[in-house]
Write a protein that binds this ligand. Structure first.
Ligand code: SF4
Length: 615
């Protein structure tokens, strides 16, 4: 089953969509016009789309109660930036940091591309559809520039890093390129483009920092990206779930080199942030009212920080290149005599030192790196969610070897059993790729068996498509026919749908705590159909008086990441956003639970956070 804002079943999220790889930190939205797919579409902040000249959804924002009138913003104003984000949660966080950086320098952000003098696309190269969408946007801006509009167009993120200056040659309307490893240089590039109209490529491009950083601990220690994270200006008005939910990066890049994945080449070597920085960031977010933090890393559970091995000139810990796999496998013995912070240590520290965070999550986990120490911390820590996203990718050992995943199916099953022994109530989700080169029916049936045996609560299922910049595209022929990929995709989706139905049905009659994130998709559709423009959470509308709703359907997530829909009085909806509520489950489907509010705020064993909840 694929998952967008609410998971849905179909051959792929959008007919014809192909996914190359399961980007570990993504919940890629397949929503059309999917700008900021996670925080706005997935998390649902933006109902009532209207098409703009770029085909982007323009919305009366749900959380931001101001209704923006484009006529209020003069197109002549300098420094108006439109930033559109494609791809994973890591990209979303990057965009948040870019935004904070540019706002601090005096740039102003606008919701409509038509109002902007600077247009930035934060791109993703994991999924073909996201790439096509970005190129289509670039083409439309190019038309406007050729027609004489003064616009600075920048492409940032993984596509910029992967395609490099070739992209500028093919799309000369692009004024600047900036890879994810060079985002700290974006203001300078922008300044070059805006003030000086730089023509030299060297003044317009910041790329390939990752390849130099890959081999050098020192350059990682000097990593200016860390300053970006540290200077984060959290904006509750733009954050998910009414400003109560936020991402915190703990590692950047990846050292795994799965053959279908471009991430190690676009985001570079795995760099681990100092634990003090991470804990401090969580604390600051909590001070801003955040009660749910999701720790981000391409392989988040691979986190391991060796103190003293990367220090600044004044002796403070700095980001460091991640340790090799051999060290991680050996565990603490590989670092005898050294002080280390493991992922388990980090989780425990955040749980203990920032108790205002009621829900601590992390994505995405790598099966091979899951030690008992991590599972034990989860078992001991009630505010760490019992939810693991651990992609197996295939149920065939032969295909796993071709993917360079580094574990066998047997080892994956061993991990699942171990996880369920430590955490009997844990919910697990996965990613699977069908139609990888040479995948036979036998390989595929092994994947079906894996699905049946593991019983994920949901699973992201992708049809393989070769992606530029990956090892697989160079080494393997994409030899599984499209029709066969589709059949396998559909079979897995049907199997997962049945399993998800069964898991959800087991919750009917139970009471769960749900963190309320947004209006449900059903609610948004109904309101769009009724021609209503949302003005806020009060249930007010500009639609006909007779259809003004008295109730509103909201969705939230359980600690196990199950989606729960609940109807509430429209007048109460705003106050429930970003709160943990208690819900009695009265129905279920393959996609979600439905329930009724038992109590507007769940009793919590942590009375000192009550003020936060009732704020
Ligand atoms: S290379 Fe890294 S980011 Fe890509 S799929 Fe493998 S583990 Fe995940």
């Amino acid at each position: 089953m694929t998952e967008t804002h609410e998971p849905f079943i179909g051959p792929s999220p959008v007919p014809g969509t192909e996914f190359a790889a399961a980007c570990p930190t993504r919940r890629h939205s397949a929503a059309l016009g999917g700008t900021r797919p996670h925080s706005e579409t997935l998390r649902g902040a933006k109902p009532a789309p209207q098409r703009t000249s770029l085909g982007r959804n323009r919305h009366a924002t749900l959380y931001n109660r101001r209704v923006r009138d484009p006529s209020q913003s003069s197109p002549e104003q300098r420094g108006a930036v439109y930033l559109e984000t494609f791809g994973c949660q890591m990209n979303e966080l990057d965009s948040e940091l870019v935004r904070g950086q540019l706002v601090a320098l005096g740039y102003r952000f606008v919701e409509s591309v038509d109002e902007a003098q600077v247009i930035l696309f934060n791109t993703c190269s994991v999924r073909e559809q996201a790439e096509n969408k970005a190129y289509s946007r670039i083409g439309l801006v190019g038309k406007r520039k050729r027609a004489g509009e003064q616009i600075v167009l920048g492409v940032i993120g993984c596509m910029a890093e992967r395609d490099g200056v070739d992209m500028i040659r093919r799309h000369p309307q692009i004024d600047l390129l900036c890879g994810p490893g060079e985002l700290d240089r974006l203001p300078q590039l922008l300044d070059n483009a805006v003030r000086t109209g730089a023509v030299d490529v060297a003044d317009r491009v910041a790329l390939q920092g990752n390849s130099t950083r890959r081999s050098s601990t020192l350059s990682a220690a000097e990593d200016n990206l860390e300053l970006l994270d540290l200077s984060r200006a959290f904006d509750p008005d733009r954050a998910a779930a009414g400003g109560r939910s936020a991402y915190v990066r703990i590692t950047r890049g990846c050292n795994k080199f799965c053959t279908y994945c471009v991430v190690p080449n676009t985001r570079g070597a795995e760099v681990h942030r100092p634990p003090d920085h991470i804990v401090e960031e969580c604390r600051r977010l909590a001070d801003h009212g955040v009660i749910e933090v999701t720790l981000l890393g391409q392989t988040v559970n691979h986190y391991l920080y060796v103190h003293g091995s990367a220090v600044t000139v004044d002796g403070r810990d700095a980001p460091q290149v991640g340790p090799g796999l051999a060290s991680v496998r050996k565990g603490a013995s590989a670092f005898a005599g050294q002080r280390v912070t493991t992922f388990a240590d980090l989780l425990r520290r955040i749980h203990e030192e920032v108790p205002q965070i009621l829900r601590l999550r992390f994505v995405t986990s790598y099966p091979r790196d899951f030690g008992d120490d991590i599972l034990q911390v989860l078992a001991d820590s009630p505010r760490i969610c019992r939810y693991l996203h651990v992609p197996p990718q295939s149920g065939s050992d032969r295909i796993l070897r071709m993917m360079n995943r580094g574990y066998s199916v047997g080892e994956y099953f061993e991990f699942i059993e171990r996880a369920r022994t430590f955490l009997p109530d844990v919910m697990i989700s996965g990613d699977l790729i069908v139609g990888f080169p040479t995948e036979t029916e036998e390989d595929f049936q092994a994947t079906v068996l894996l699905l049946e045996r593991v019983r994920f609560k949901n699973c992201f299922i992708f049809k393989y498509s070769p992606r530029p910049g990956t090892t697989a595209i160079e080494r393997f022929v994409d030899d599984v026919a499209e029709v066969e990929k589709r059949r396998r995709n559909n079979e897995l989706l049907a199997t997962q749908s049945r399993i998800s139905s069964e898991i959800h049905a087991g919750f009917v009659g139970r009471t769960v705590d749900a963190f309320i994130e947004r209006q449900s998709v059903r609610e948004q559709k109904q309101r769009r159909r009724a021609g209503m423009v949302q003005l806020g959470w009060e249930g007010r509308s500009e639609g006909p008086a007779e259809v003004a709703p008295t109730t509103m359907q909201l969705t939230g997530r359980t600690a196990g990441d199950l989606i729960v829909a609940v109807d509430v009085p429209a007048n109460d909806a705003g106050s429930l956003l970003g709160r943990v509520v208690r819900v009695e489950v009265v129905g279920s489907s393959p996609l979600l639970l439905t329930g009724r509010l038992v109590d507007d705020v769940a009793p919590t064993p942590f009375p000192f956070v009550e003020g936060v909840l009732s704020r």
